[in-house]
Design a protein around this ligand. Structure first.
Ligand SMILES: *[C@@H]1O[C@H](CO)[C@@H](O)[C@H](O)[C@H]1NC(C)=O
Ligand SMILES: *[C@@H]1O[C@H](CO)[C@@H](O)[C@H](O)[C@H]1NC(C)=O
Ligand SMILES: *[C@@H]1O[C@H](CO)[C@@H](O)[C@H](O)[C@H]1NC(C)=O
Ligand SMILES: *[C@@H]1O[C@H](CO)[C@@H](O)[C@H](O)[C@H]1NC(C)=O
Ligand SMILES: *[C@@H]1O[C@H](CO)[C@@H](O)[C@H](O)[C@H]1NC(C)=O
Length: 458
């Protein structure tokens, strides 16, 4: 802007005047007559850009044009400018009357007013102007982001129209005829005309009929609009094809604060990534893990991360009745086993009751605990046995394994080729294996001495 000599002069005057007496300065502004050098203009511009937010607030809108030339505005200055705009009393008139020449005068300052003001500017003026502005200005990233936000919100505003009279869906329950008609709706009309009732009552119909991807996306957008805090159970348990359109960003917006909601969601979504988001969201809202939650988690207990696992107390484990981490990673089992052991042995359980409860956690048990179990006729089932830690199993002699499996010992023969068992067999003396009477082969031959060579230190 500072191309015209008049303007240059104005900048200079304003700058110097402000330095002296900010509040009265602008009264003396007079743009006629004076011609100044570019150097003076640069200095004056510099001075305007250095003004404090307070001085800007005092001068009101008069310096907006000059400020629009500043390379950088401080938060303080920005706030003052924002206040000038939100006062709504500028010589540019109400935003709804602004033309592109007003926008030209404001330049980059247009990124400052709040969304309400921006939305009042005629969008057919603002949008093309901003698009042109992006092309011809060298803007920093954060300003580009702001412009995209403005363009996006202006677009949203434009789309808020009403459903055309002839497309209105008057029934809450969709019948086959209605669905056939809906198949011909454009995505935009679907989004405008579907009702909450349609979606709650007949969400599954959108998977059962040949809607296009674009139409399904419109239905999903409508759901997000109607249910910003999360879909009701009737909806999310019947999502069908729409389920594929849910992402973790959706879930982060939802209120997931009851164990029944967690339960329904965990079973409705199809990927562990989404389940992890659901679990995260619940834990965020409750800031604790209770036994109800552990019960509804079921097999998804395996999805908890280290931090979440550490929120599980012995007490909650003791109260949870459906917790079964037997299929989880060894990290999860290693974490839970000691807590479970304390939770169950502190109580007045019969040994058989203790075993029943600790069984799903035994994948995290050390060898010595397994040796203790083997003395107590637990008759461990082979699935549990196969889930034991290999490092713990290695510590057990055939005699102890016999005690552990009890009446299930024969199952060991059928599973002798499973790597865990194979590895164990290879570490046992063949004579000890023979005493099991299972015909297991591949143990250490008689007279074989295991030499542990000291490791070389280098
Ligand atoms: C600006 O200057 C011109 C001529 O020098 C004068 O006629 C006019 O009244 C001045 N305006 C103000 C606001 O001082
Ligand atoms: C708007 O500005 C005019 C002139 O600057 C002033 O007289 C008027 O009181 C202002 N109105 C409001 C609501 O601030
Ligand atoms: C919509 O829901 C109603 C009530 O649940 C059901 O009777 C009807 O068959 C459903 N319509 C479609 C097209 O699935
Ligand atoms: C869950 O959140 C909703 C909405 O914020 C609230 O009305 C409800 O009472 C909450 N439920 C629980 C169990 O905290
Ligand atoms: C563990 O996995 C097996 C095989 O996939 C399955 O049959 C069993 O139900 C699972 N157990 C649990 C507690 O999830």
């Amino acid at each position: 802007m500072p191309e015209s000599p008049r303007m240059l002069c104005c900048l200079f005057m304003a700058g110097c005047a402000i330095m002296l007496t900010p509040s009265d300065a602008l009264k003396s502004l007079n743009t006629s007559g004076l011609v100044t050098s570019k150097e003076e203009a640069r200095i004056s511009n510099h001075l305007v850009c250095e003004m404090s937010g307070d001085s800007i607030a005092v001068t009101g809108e008069k310096l907006l044009k000059q400020l629009s030339q500043c390379q950088h505005l401080t938060p303080d200055q920005t706030k003052a400018i924002q206040q000038i705009f939100s006062g709504g009393n500028t010589s540019f008139g109400p935003p709804s009357t602004w033309t592109s020449s007003v926008l030209d005068q404001l330049g980059q300052l247009i990124l400052i007013p709040d969304t309400r003001i921006l939305q009042s500017i005629p969008q057919n003026v603002l949008k093309p102007w901003l698009q042109n502005f992006i092309l011809h200005s060298d803007l920093p990233q954060n300003q580009l982001v702001r412009i995209r936000e403005i363009l996006k919100s202006s677009r949203t505003k434009r789309e808020i129209e009403n459903c055309p009279e002839d497309k209105m869906i008057r029934e809450d329950i969709l019948n086959d005829d209605l669905i056939d008609e809906l198949l011909l709706y454009t995505p935009a009309h679907l989004k405008l005309c579907l009702t909450k009732g349609n979606l709650v009552n007949n969400i599954s119909a959108f998977s059962d009929y040949p809607f296009t991807d674009e139409q399904l996306t419109a239905v999903k957008d409508k759901l997000d609009e109607i249910f910003p805090k999360g879909y009701p159970p009737a909806v999310f348990s019947n999502l069908g094809l729409l389920e594929k359109r849910i992402d973790t960003e959706n879930i982060k917006q939802w209120t997931i604060n009851s164990s029944s909601t967690v339960h329904a969601l965990l079973n409705s979504v199809s990927s562990d990534e989404l389940r992890i988001a659901v679990i995260q969201r619940y834990i965020e809202s409750r800031v604790q893990i209770d036994s109800d939650f552990l019960n509804v988690l079921g097999p998804y207990i395996c999805l908890l991360n280290e931090d979440q696992l550490s929120m599980i107390t012995e007490r909650t484990i003791g109260m949870a009745t459906l917790l079964d981490p037997s299929n989880c990673s060894s990290a999860v089992k290693d974490h839970l086993y000691p807590k479970a052991k304390r939770a169950f042995s502190d109580r007045h359980y019969e040994y058989s009751e203790y075993y029943k409860r600790i069984r799903p956690f035994l994948g995290g048990a050390p060898g010595e605990d397994l040796r203790a179990l083997s003395k107590n006729d637990v008759n461990m089932d082979i699935q549990t046995f196969l889930g034991l830690k290999s490092s713990s199993l290695k510590e057990l002699t055939p005699e102890i394994v016999k005690g552990l499996l009890g009446t299930n010992l024969n199952d060991l023969r059928d599973n002798q080729n499973i790597p865990l068992v194979r590895e164990w067999i290879q570490k046992q003396k063949q004579s000890d294996l023979n005493s099991l009477g299972l015909g297991l082969r591949g143990g250490l031959p008689e007279g074989f001495i295991i030499l542990t060579r000291p490791k070389k230190q280098d």
